[in-house]
Design a protein around this ligand. Structure first.
Ligand code: HEM
Length: 285
């Protein structure tokens, strides 16, 4: 069954739809950065407060991406070897060049995702992000601790590993460091621990104040938009959702949704960088 070409295309279409849904949800979550530190940090804390669910979602995404790529390559190779004569008609040329662009844009989006995970999630490219915490709404920079050891749900003893404030004379930071050191290892109340949480707000803003990083994200969103727009049309065709009467409307869904995603995602690095360059002061870290 899965050997049939249509079944393979259906796997690409359904996994593509799932990933499309993730991108929309992620964009809506990220746009909360415009509502301020409290809102976006609440959201990030909420997502990380259910580690089991988070891992189910992560594994689901990984499976969807892997199937999407594997089956795309499978279908593409099959089409290539079964095509009797290449590029005899203009229509064929157009179709194959579109699918080549899908492969290219998809590969570039994959590169972006790997970079994005190393940037914001693993923080491998910018390890200093690991020190950004928030204490009662105030930014705190902590040093000399094992990464990711502060926050709800971790071992009480780990809190004692978090010491020293970075900036000498910075009252908020030294207060946070002292408070953490003074908490008895076995009696840390959840409420006390929750006073220190990751400052995703500062991480994203400092990230996009770097023009090269902002530009990388902007270009990646345009490529992603192109991929989603064309992918959606291909998906409707594969799933047979092309009722003649609504054909035009159906084929507009992809480009419209993709445009919204591009505008929403691009607005984040673009506004953060503009705000910084113009000293407008909307995003304060
Ligand atoms: C300008 C656009 C984007 C911004 C500002 C952004 C921001 C972020 C941030 C801040 C995180 C880390 C959240 C945390 O640690 O709590 C994250 C994680 C992630 N992002 Fe994005 N993102 C953007 C676009 C995208 C796109 C286009 C994709 C996929 C196509 C994507 C996929 C992911 C994934 C898979 C994670 C990891 C989630 C996890 O496992 O924790 N992001 N993003």
């Amino acid at each position: 069954m899965i050997r049939s070409s249509i079944a393979k295309k259906a796997v690409v279409a359904i996994t593509g739809l799932l990933l499309f849904g993730f991108v929309i949800g992620h964009m809506v979550g990220n746009l909360q950065i415009f509502l301020g530190r409290e809102t976006i940090n609440n959201y990030a804390e909420f997502l990380h407060s259910m580690p089991e669910l988070l891992w189910v979602a992560r594994i689901g995404l990984l499976v969807a991406v892997t199937l999407h790529i594997t089956f795309t390559i499978w279908v593409w190779r099959e089409n290539r070897s079964s095509r009797p004569q290449r590029y005899v008609m203009e229509r064929t040329t157009r179709a194959s060049s579109a699918s080549r662009w899908m492969l290219l844009s998809g590969s570039l989006v994959l590169f972006f995702i790997v970079y994005h995970l190393l940037h914001f999630t693993v923080q491998w490219t910018n390890p200093d992000y690991k020190q950004y915490y928030e204490h009662h709404g105030q930014p705190v920079t902590l040093v000399s601790f094992e990464p990711n050891q502060i926050g709800p749900g971790q071992e009480a003893a780990d809190l004692n590993a978090a010491v020293e404030a970075q900036t000498p004379g910075d009252d908020i930071a030294s207060e946070a460091a002292r408070a953490i050191q003074e908490i008895p290892a076995d009696s840390v109340a959840e409420s006390e621990r929750r006073e220190y949480r990751r400052d995703v707000y500062r991480m994203v803003i400092l990230g996009f104040r770097d023009p090269l990083i902002a530009l990388t994200y902007i270009v990646a969103q345009v490529l992603l938009g192109w991929h989603l727009s064309h992918g959606a049309s291909a998906m409707f065709q594969t799933l047979g959702l092309t009722i003649p009467k609504y054909r035009r409307g159906i084929f507009l869904v992809g480009p419209i949704a993709a445009t919204i995603i591009v505008l929403g995602n691009v607005s984040i690095p673009a506004f953060i960088l503009l705000d910084y360059w113009t000293n407008f002061g909307y995003f304060t870290i």
